[in-house]
Write a protein that binds this ligand. Structure first.
Ligand SMILES: [Zn+2]
Ligand SMILES: [Zn+2]
Ligand SMILES: [Zn+2]
Length: 155
């Protein structure tokens, strides 16, 4: 029963919850800000500020606004910064806006890719039992080489 409740809690919160996060930062809920949410919700990997700006250009959102929103929403805990392609910082929505997931990190090009779903709960329950440890969450980054880097010339 508790497991079912936890499964239901994993369904991502929608635009309404995002609007509440905006308000908590003293930001009004506007169409461009909701467009910002839509871009992040549809992304298959963390996006850099530039990538977010490019995708929002058609919605009339300028780069300065993107930076302001990234700062405010990271402070509100709605976004998580992740290192992508070496030294760039990408952003993705954090739970409850985004389903819990893991990452693949390519050590060739630095690309960070989302892996949807998580099969670790059984293993973690066993670890928790063995160590009398109350698990509250986890993150997993799998490193290796992406398909493009595997095909490309070896260094
Ligand atoms: Zn790669
Ligand atoms: Zn991710
Ligand atoms: Zn997981």
């Amino acid at each position: 029963m508790a497991g079912e409740r936890r499964a239901a809690a994993r369904v991502p919160a929608g635009r309404e919850a995002f609007a509440a996060a905006l308000r908590s930062q003293g930001l009004r809920v506007t169409a461009p800000r909701l467009a910002f949410y839509d871009v992040l919700v549809q992304a298959a990997e963390p996006l850099t500020p530039q990538e977010i700006g490019d995708r929002l250009a058609a919605s009339g959102v300028n780069q300065a606004t993107v930076y302001r929103l990234l700062e405010a929403l990271t402070a509100a805990g709605a976004l998580v910064p992740q290192l992508v392609r070496g030294s760039q910082v990408g952003y993705e929505l954090s739970p409850p806006f985004r389903r819990h997931h893991h990452h693949l990190r390519c050590r060739g090009c630095g690309a960070l890719t989302d892996i949807e779903g998580c099969d670790l709960s059984d293993a973690l329950r066993e670890i928790a039992r063995r160590h009398a440890f109350r698990v509250e969450g986890h993150s997993l980054e799998v490193y290796g080489l992406c398909a493009a880097c595997l095909e490309g010339p070896r260094r």
